[in-house]
Design a protein around this ligand. Structure first.
Ligand code: BGC
Length: 393
């Protein structure tokens, strides 16, 4: 072999060797990643336990969904209630960030919708009636002559059929319920499915879907009371809501139909602001709500997933983003909590110790032709998704 040929052969040999080395390194990386994933999977689990029995004899379970970070969300199939949700603070210390009770009986006796699934209609329908296709439907009036959160026995008070969900990067629970034609006054048999998915990046994803056999109205939401500090009131929590407009209400908390700018009012959360900074200002809307209890109109709504709100708590560094496909967000600052409820671990829930961020279509839409429609027809599918994302800063 000539000298130049030999040099070329060496060159080819080295290129091949380097290629082999890189290839095996990459392969090894892939293996490590797969192993990591397996490790994550191994830690993820869904533990089912009995939670109790309803007064009419139905057995109820509670599911502990543990993700790969060891963060646990406990959900019962009674009302689809999120009983606890444990996430780390900025120092890695775990804490429960939702209000609730330790046992089923307390949820059955007196639940101001702690952690519950809400349906058929989230929030209020004025005078507990609406017209559809020329027919008037009278609904259960459970709130000063109005209809609130689906009526006397809303979706928060029924036992759902539950199925466990396992995904590569999440654990979950699928809940199914058939709301019969005429239930609480609503037309149509409504088949509802709600999937709670608890991911390995500490995101609680809620997928709602429903179909009907007669024209009806539907507006589903979730009613956790959050307190990112896990104690005290929520007045120092900072909140951003991506909305330039809100829907003002009358004394009965029914929207007037007006779409009003938040500009230069205490309803402006376009920049992150402490919840307590303006809550007691002397304005008609804050008086009617006894604080914040209003629907914000999300900017640039188009039915796709958007970040609509961000809540943060300065002492723990916990942050919760709300992403949704919905056009509205009800921010309720726990104004009706008054110290008469003793919840988990003997905690007394005083005024404003939790706040709700409920993704939704606007309250009273069935009576407000200018609001986006909440009508569902046979053959169509109701389908919305909301994600609560937990982080620290
Ligand atoms: C409503 C409040 C109501 C509360 C019940 C909220 O979604 O907007 O007006 O009092 O739920 O817990």
């Amino acid at each position: 072999m000539k000298g130049t040929d030999m040099k070329r052969s060496y060159k080819i040999f080295y290129v091949l060797l380097t290629g082999l080395l890189i290839g095996s390194l990459l392969g090894c990386n892939e293996n490590t990643m797969a192993m990591e994933k397996e490790k994550g999977k191994a830690q993820m689990n869904n533990k089912k336990e009995q939670f109790g029995t309803t007064p009419d004899g139905k057995k109820v379970d509670i599911y502990a969904l543990t993700n790969a970070n060891g963060c646990v969300v406990k959900i019962t199939n009674y009302g689809g209630i999120v009983v606890s949700l444990t996430v780390p603070d900025k120092n890695g210390k775990m804490g429960d960030v939702v209000l609730g009770y330790d046992n089923l009986d307390d949820y059955i006796k007196n639940n101001p919708y702690f952690g519950a699934l809400i349906g058929r209609y989230g929030n209020r329908i004025g005078k507990a009636k609406f017209e559809l296709n020329g027919q008037t439907y009278a609904l259960a009036a459970n709130n000063d002559g109005n209809h609130l959160h689906g009526g006397i026995v809303g979706f928060d008070k029924v036992v759902w059929d539950a199925k466990e969900i396992q995904q590569d990067d999440a654990v979950g629970l699928e809940l199914n319920y058939l709301s019969k034609d005429g239930e609480e006054g609503y037309p149509g048999n409504l088949k509802v499915t709600v999937k709670y998915i608890w991911t390995n990046n500490n995101q609680l994803k809620i997928e709602y879907s429903a179909t009907t056999d007669k024209d009806t109205v539907v507006n589903l939401t979730h009613h956790s009371y959050f307190n990112l500090a896990g104690k005290g009131d929520i007045l120092k929590h900072e909140l951003m809501i991506n909305a330039d407009i809100f829907t003002p209400v009358d004394e009965g908390l029914i929207p007037t139909g007006e779409l009003r700018s938040v500009k230069e009012t205490p309803m402006d959360f376009t920049k992150s602001t402490a919840v307590g900074a303006r809550i007691d200002q002397d304005t008609e809307q804050l008086k009617f709500g006894l604080g914040y209890d209003h629907n914000w109109v999300i900017n640039n709504y188009d039915g796709t997933m958007k970040m609509v709100a961000c809540l943060s708590e300065p002492t723990t560094g916990r942050v919760m983003e709300v992403h949704t496909t919905e056009p509205g967000l009800q921010f309720y600052s726990g104004n009706f909590l008054d110290g008469t409820i003793t919840g988990k671990g003997g905690t007394v829930y005083k005024h404003r110790t939790g706040l709700c961020l409920e993704s939704q279509h606007f309250p009273d839409s069935p009576n407000k032709p200018d609001f986006l429609s909440t009508t569902l027809k046979p053959g169509d599918k109701y389908s919305t998704t909301t994600i609560y994302k937990f982080k620290t800063k």
